[in-house]
Ligand binder design. Structure first.
Ligand code: NDP
Ligand code: MG
Length: 390
């Protein structure tokens, strides 16, 4: 039996992972499930999958979790350190699906005990890509991509030599506002930004799709994961979300990964890697689909893409600043304090503030330094939000 843990088990990726694991209960020994606010779901799945331990990120919910697990034999724990401890329990395969920078420390803890880490939490690579990769290397742990574009690139690279790769193209649906007049974006509401044309995902990543901050993060994630130069990575708007990524080789060939917009494909690929197993995803009927369309991304509509290129250029801890400012600006938008366009403007302000002169971005990459710049960037972003909110 394979020992598996799911960090962020109550979220959209976590639930899709559980869907796959629950279909083959005899194949898996579930070690840890973690969540935050959704105690009912966490306890239900921990009971059903007979997990060793269930952990909520919120200390004040420990009693609720204990009560919900009473008589089940599942251990209950709470708090951020308890999540990292659960991630460090010996397991063969760990799903990293906590949302945000909170996923970094537990992901590192799993790598340190040599687990294969299936990485949905793109923030880990954006904030601390070199640290993630070096930790994996030191502990002979394997990182497998779960973000659909990166899983697609990974699959297109099987058997290929990286030296033959000319470019990597990641696609973007364009999100909720792809076809809106640019001048209307300033007044986009939370509800409008929270609905995705093709994918069913958590609210934060759905809004990040509308602003293209998600794709901006994925540009950085691509650079870190595959070690290519920023100029080798392209974003292509592809409204149907059928082709997830393409790899272009030096002989001019393009290998495209085509599949339905269902995260269980990428999760299942990482779960069964290096083999392929049956997955409960729809089979595409391309004759019925008829046409696939593509267009170049407009950086006026989506300034996040330009900012990601600046972050890649800056290197160091710029990714951690970018992510923290983005997360804080997103909180501000969700709370109704700022408008849709203010998110990119705030991230740009914070990046400018925290660039070279004060040296934050140039500090060595360690978990402590990432936490430090994350904290400072959140403070700057909060200040910027208050200024804009008047
Ligand atoms: P969700 O918001 O649906 O779920 C997030 C999970 O993290 C939940 O289990 C939540 O607990 C938990 N959580 C929230 N805050 C904390 C915290 N501070 N500490 C510990 N746990 C916390 O997110 P998604 O599943 O959509 O996304 C997860 C990750 O995967 C993100 O990094 C996202 O970018 C990435 N991703 C997601 C895709 C998707 O299709 N959804 C596609 C590709 C990548 P609770 O719900 O109990 O509060
Ligand atoms: Mg993606």
């Amino acid at each position: 039996m394979r020992r598996v843990s799911i960090l962020g088990a109550t979220g959209s990726i976590g639930q899709n992972t559980i869907d796959l694991i629950a279909r083959a209960p005899n194949a898996y020994d579930v070690v840890a499930l973690t969540g935050a606010g959704n105690i009912e779901q966490l306890a239900k799945d921990a009971r059903r999958l007979k997990a060793d331990v269930a952990v909520t990120a919120h200390d004040h919910l420990l009693e609720d979790l204990r009560t919900a697990l009473e008589g089940s034999g599942v251990e209950a724990a709470a708090g951020t350190p308890a999540i990292a401890e659960a991630a460090a329990r010996p397991a063969d395969w760990v799903m990293s699906a906590i949302v945000g920078a909170a996923g970094l420390a537990p992901g590192l803890a799993a790598l340190q005990q040599g687990s294969t880490l299936a990485l949905a939490n793109k923030e880990s690579l954006v904030c601390a890509g070199q640290l993630m990769l070096s930790t994996a290397k030191t502990h002979s742990a394997r990182l497998l991509p779960v973000d659909s574009e990166h899983s697609a690139v990974f699959q297109a690279l099987v058997g290929e030599d990286m030296a033959a790769v000319e470019r990597i193209i990641i696609t973007a649906s364009g999100g909720a506002f792809r076809d809106w007049p640019i001048e209307d974006l300033a007044n986009a509401t939370l509800d409008q930004a929270s609905s995705h044309p093709n994918w069913d995902m958590g609210q934060r990543i759905t809004i990040d799709s509308a602003s293209m901050f998600n794709k901006a993060m994925e540009l950085i994630e691509t650079r870190e994961f595959f070690g290519v130069e920023p100029k080798q990575i392209e974003v292509l708007v592809h409204p149907e979300s059928m082709i997830h990524a393409m790899v272009g080789f030096r002989d001019g060939a393009l290998m495209a990964h085509v599949g339905p917009p269902d995260m269980r494909h990428a999760i299942g690929y990482a779960l069964h890697w290096p083999t392929r197993c049956d997955l409960p995803v729809a089979r595409l009927d391309l004759a019925e689909i008829g046409q696939l369309s593509f267009r170049a991304p407009c950086e006026t509509r989506w300034p996040a893409l330009r900012l990601a290129r600046e972050v890649m250029q800056a290197g160091g801890l710029a990714g951690a600043v970018f992510n923290a400012a983005k997360e804080t600006a997103l909180d501000g938008f969700i709370a109704g304090q700022i408008g849709f366009n203010d998110m990119a403007a705030i991230v740009e302000d914070v990046l400018t503030q925290m660039s070279a002169p004060r040296g934050h971005i140039d500090a060595t990459m360690s978990l402590d330094n990432v936490a430090k710049v994350d904290h400072l960037a959140r403070q700057e972003a909060t200040r910027a939000i208050h200024k804009r909110a008047g």
